[in-house]
Design a binder for this molecule. Structure first.
Ligand code: FAD
Length: 286
């Protein structure tokens, strides 16, 4: 099933993100965790792509398994370390395994020394290629607080417009912790003529140590209200998990209440977190 039909429908959409294993010895445990999330019957699930592409076979296997379990799958694909021929091989594989949806990404330079190739510089070029290849619904990433490398927020939105013109049918945001940042971003996109659906990316924070690192890399700001939660509960895993899930739930309810139809939860292979979020809004997304 093409995701754009889910995202564009009048029904509220709640989706979850998982990541593939890095090594074969944990494949089964990751697969089991993703299947538990699939049992929650989300609108769709996305499977990330390891920097450097070394785990791309696992992205495909996990995505295919989720699709076979009845959950539409979105396979991430990044291009910075691939040649055009390699990307075309991956597209052929995805197609042969029945994957219909791709999140087209540039990716970042991998820290393991995998060399960067020169065929693709930006995600818009990958998008153009996938579009030409045909048969996929293509999504792209966007950054309500601007991509950390962008010259300015205006230039970033201009580049986003290029990605949409190249064939991105929907965008998914980087996580944000203040919904006003997202609403403001939508306003600026609309003014710039970018009118594709923008799926709101929400991260339930249960581990305060990782969130500080992730925010440093992604440029997402942590509002004072959230920092106070981390300061007070960060040392107690049970309290932090409950507070982090409650915070994310509040964000999701506010988004739905304000007319947003599609929310993507960065559930990070944690079925218990996904289940709590789903239960917290079960009356809203029934
Ligand atoms: P691009 O859209 O190419 O943008 C990158 C930068 O280049 C931006 O600053 C943009 O403004 C600028 N730019 C774009 N076009 C031009 C142009 N024509 N001229 C000048 N500047 C330009 N990473 C992974 O490795 N695996 C994943 O699975 C993964 N999933 C992600 C999912 C989401 C929803 C998000 C938000 C990010 C994800 N990432 C993932 C991280 C992503 O790869 C990085 O943020 C990366 O730095 C940028 O990727 P992009 O596709 O947004 O790049």
């Amino acid at each position: 099933m093409k995701l754009i039909d889910i995202i564009n429908s009048d029904r509220l959409s709640l989706s979850f993100e998982v990541f593939p294993p890095k090594t074969s010895d944990v494949f089964e445990s990751v697969k089991t965790a993703t299947e538990k999330i699939a049992e929650l019957k989300p609108s769709y699930m996305s499977v990330t792509y390891g920097a450097g592409g070394g785990t791309s076979d696992y992205t495909l296997k996990i995505a295919e398994n989720l699709k076979n379990k009845g959950v539409p799958a979105l396979a991430h694909l990044s291009c910075l370390t691939s040649s055009k021929d390699e990307i075309h091989d991956k597209l052929t594989q995805l197609k042969n395994h029945g994957i219909e949806n791709i999140l087209a990404l540039r990716g970042d330079a991998p820290s393991d020394g995998t060399p960067i190739k020169t065929d693709y510089k930006y995600a818009s070029e990958l998008t153009e290629d996938i579009k030409e290849f045909g048969g996929f619904c293509i999504g792209g990433a966007c950054y309500p607080e601007s991509h950390p490398e962008s010259e300015s927020s205006i230039a970033d939105i201009d580049n986003l417009r290029r990605k949409v013109e190249a064939g991105c049918e929907f965008l998914t945001t980087q996580m944000f912790f203040d919904n006003n940042i997202y609403y403001n971003f939508l306003y600026r996109l609309n003014k710039a003529g970018v009118t594709v659906p923008v799926v709101a990316g929400i991260m339930p924070v249960t581990n305060p140590k990782s969130i500080k690192r992730i925010c440093r890399i992604s440029g997402s700001a942590l509002p004072q209200r959230f920092v106070r939660i981390v300061d007070r509960f960060g040392d107690d895993p049970e309290s932090m998990a409950q507070a982090g899930i409650a915070y994310a739930t509040e964000q999701i309810i506010d988004l739905f209440a304000n007319g947003v139809n599609a929310v993507h939860v960065y559930s990070m292979n944690k079925p218990e977190v996904a289940e709590k979020i789903k239960n917290n809004i079960s009356g809203i997304i029934k």
